[in-house]
Design a binder for this molecule. Sequence first.
Ligand code: AMP
Ligand code: MG
Length: 333
Amino acid sequence: MLESEKEFALSAVQAAAAICRRVQSGIALDSLDKKDRSPVTVADFAVQALISGRLAEQFPDDALVGEEGADQLREASAEELRNRVVAEVQAARDDDPTSETVLNWIDRGQAAGGAQGRFWVLDPIDGTKGFLRKEQYAIALALIENGQVQLGVLGCPNLPDSMDQATGPDAGYAFVAVKGEGSQAAKMPADGTLGELSPIAVSSSDDPASARRCESVESGHASHDEMAQIAEKAQMTGEPVRLDSQAKYATVARGESVAYIRLSPDASYTEKIWDHAAGEIVVTEAGGVVTDLLGKPLDFTQGRGLVNNRGIIATNAALHERVVRATAEVLGF
Ligand code: AMP
Ligand code: MG
């Protein structure tokens, strides 16, 4: 099922990865000191415009819930940024869309989501800090119908074959899952090709001691101390692997890590649907389980935010109950 949607999503994410790589190659790592975030801003807007534009052409009746809106780009003072975004979108297409068309595509991603109907969810660049550090980031695209995630694609342009390897020109993977049909991965290297899709599965280990877990790099996004306490309670004694973006879900789905725990330092933080929709289906279709910190399923029916959930626990299934129990003990649920 959803064959044409699957093909569309993989192709869109592949084209988006090319934009990201081109923009990222222009970042000098020493420029990070100068706090120039403009490369990631350019790529973020350009990817949303590209995918939204393709969506408008191929599935004109489908809405899009995207992270970005074009208000900032429409300001007179944003002319240089706007021109860079438009140039990236034009370079990625055979035609030359006008600036207004590109801005309208970006704004087309401002749908509200909700419990009814069919809409796509896009995080054009998830893990913007990882993108700037030339580490992990992801392009995350999912399809939701009547509140249920039906399809998800994660493009991870810098993800190596194994987390123990450094990233390089051969790195890059795409992950795809269709509800009821399992998860697959294909190599998506910098040469622009997409390898053959093959099935992936979570780790079958139920031994917490030998298990590797992953978590966010940024302490502003995840409370490393509390997550370490949870892991200790669950007897997961291994050092966590830190990586940005939904690439964390991908490492659980392909069996490299057994758990991804996400606990914001801000207890009132509402997780966003574009940060989890694609990752959730890629993990569950690979045999894993994804819930919030209380063990509740993620509720995608509430608009742009996961307002009925707090945090994330994604595991290989075998260790899920253990992590949920440990979380309840540490957080006093
Ligand atoms: P990560 O790559 O795991 O650091 O997560 C990146 C995502 O964190 C971004 O896409 C943001 O939507 C999200 N984020 C931003 N602020 C917070 C916060 N205070 N707590 C949790 N997540 C956040
Ligand atoms: Mg994000």
